[in-house]
Ligand binder design. Sequence first.
Ligand code: HEC
Ligand code: HEC
Length: 342
Amino acid sequence: MGHLFKVAGSTLALAANLAIVSTSHAVEPISPITAPTNIHSEKAELGKKLFFDPRLSRSGFISCNSCHNLSMGGADNLPTSIGDHWQQGPINSPTVLNASLNVAQFWDGRAADLKEQAAGPIANPGEMASNHTLAVSTIASIPGYRQAFNEVFGTESVTIDTITDAIAEFEKTLKTPNAPFDLWLKGNEQALSQQAVEGYGLFKASGCTACHNGEAVGGSSFQKFGILAPYATDNPAEGRIAVTGNQADRFSFKVPTLRNVELTYPYFHDGGAATLSEAVDIMGKLQLGRHFSEQENAAIVAFLKSLTGDQPSFGLPALPPSGPDTPRPKPFSQGADTGMAH
Ligand code: HEC
Ligand code: HEC
């Protein structure tokens, strides 16, 4: 199936200009990751520091990177995340890689964009368990941050708005170009194995691209999970209905990006599938009524693994030291907020 499109693409290119024999796969439902644009680099640098700074949490121990580990595909590889007081969270941590491409943030899309999203975990009792007043006063008490905020925002007065603005700017840089699949899309036939090309053909022919398409291979719509048969889980999350109140949205979730999916196991909102092979099997059966053979499953998995792009690569940010007025970390035993207020 992959070759059908390929041939059509080449023929068009030939017809248009005989001098250019293009083998690029221009009409595919998936497009290559493009470089981030319009990044304010000083703001992104500040956001990088904040992303790695555990002082945004009440315990002084948990940073964004704890659950969105940039050495692990921007996720935590746990079924559901662990937050303040070692609490087991209610839902799987999605990757922050390429999250700027999402139509909205969170599995149920309750935050419109990255900036709005970043305010959530800081004050979530089950995640970083701080509150915006404490987080702001902590950051504002650190002389190095006051200086950095002044350089970026023209004022030393730190607010939750500027904190989340900077974090979101950093997150916009977290795109992962140059996946083997993208190189193949751009015409490098050597970039994919025959098995992966076959897997891509199956991925298209069986209808996966109805939901997993575009630059992020997902992230652009909310879809019911369990169209042909219900998904068996103990997880109480009901998806999009939590935002819209619309019965039709019960068990509708944001279609996850499949970029870097090889790295972001376990899969699904409950972390219920440990391997890609298992996830593909479940998707085939529940979303499309397809029972893939072992060989077909392996081919699709080979294709999915070709979606791993260049991972973020930079020096670890050096965080400015606390000042005399910086609130002390509230260790494990103090103040027992419980519950997961998502
Ligand atoms: C304790 C673990 C934990 C911490 C700490 C944490 N997150 Fe998350 N993050 C999650 C979980 C779990 C979700 C999914 C929640 C949901 O959808 O209901 C999530 C969702 C997200 C999303 C949405 C991605 C998507 O595809 O919808 C982004 C972006 C994100 N977090 C960024 C951040 C940033 C920035 C910070 C630091 C300010 C942070 N997270 C701190 C666990 C964590
Ligand atoms: C009708 C829309 C739809 C179709 C068709 C579809 N998916 Fe999905 N896919 C989803 C949704 C929604 C989720 C998230 C489910 C959840 O965890 O709640 C998902 C999740 C996944 C995941 C797990 C990603 C992660 O990070 O947790 C993989 C892998 C996946 N799909 C692959 C496929 C493959 C392969 C096909 C074709 C056989 C396919 N999907 C067809 C909507 C779809």
